[in-house]
Ligand binder design. Structure first.
Ligand code: CA
Length: 222
């Protein structure tokens, strides 16, 4: 899951980034609405977290501009003001939720998950393919009776692939959703992580779940 964070206060931004990365979200952070809007036009985000008051274009303006361009990913607005006018303005601009500062990270995460559920992306926190089971809530993976230890990136990669089981995912799609914008698209970072994942998931099993689709990318299926 890749998040677009627009927040001009560095301390708050760092607090949010730490919290999101700890939960294995990839985060692109900018302090201006203009830059955030530019990124959202070219990247495929899963959730937006926008501060209302920014130096130039406000978070509400960014939200409205994205909705006009039919960018429909869920957006949560953040603001120090909890007055009804700002809230209504944010919701009317197409925001899905509103959170007053200060807030607890747990609340932001819970609201993000609720929005993602509504998007039918995380209806079931347990993903299964054959005897491979990934539990999003407890961060655990099992193949058969064996527990598999994955690092954060491997877990995110496997979760993304399992959510799109049976679909061929290009390296670009994988980079877009599992890595943040600092990932270098010209390196073989996806292939390297797939190789590690294969060693942990498929090695020693007759049925290999991770498939290479030559010329396109990868998919997971029975
Ligand atoms: Ca601000």
């Amino acid at each position: 899951m890749r998040i677009l964070l627009i927040e001009d206060e560095r301390e708050i931004a760092e607090f949010i980034i730490r919290g999101l990365r700890a939960e294995r979200f990839a985060v692109d952070w900018t302090s201006t609405g203009e830059e955030g809007l530019g990124w959202a036009k070219v990247n495929d985000y899963d959730v937006g977290v926008f501060d209302v008051k920014l130096p130039g274009m406000s978070g509400i303006d960014v939200c409205r501009a994205l909705r006009e361009r039919k960018k429909e990913f869920p957006i949560i607005m953040l603001s120090v003001t909890s007055d009804a006018i700002t809230k209504v303005g944010a919701l009317n601009a197409g925001a899905d939720d509103y959170l007053s500062k200060p807030f607890f990270m747990a609340e932001l995460l819970a609201r993000m998950r609720a929005l993602l559920r509504r998007e039918h992306r995380t209806i079931n926190p347990i993903l299964r393919i054959a005897d491979l089971v990934l539990d999003v809530a407890s961060h655990t993976v099992q193949r058969g009776k064996k527990n598999i230890r994955l690092n954060r990136k491997e877990f995110s990669l496997l979760e993304y692939m399992m959510r799109h089981a049976g679909t061929t995912l290009t390296r670009g799609m994988i980079l877009e959703h599992v890595w943040d914008m600092n990932a270098d698209p010209f390196t073989n970072t996806v292939d390297v992580h797939i190789r590690f994942l294969r060693q942990k998931i498929d090695e020693g099993h007759n049925i290999k779940l991770i498939k290479t689709v030559h010329g396109y990318g990868y998919k997971i299926e029975v």
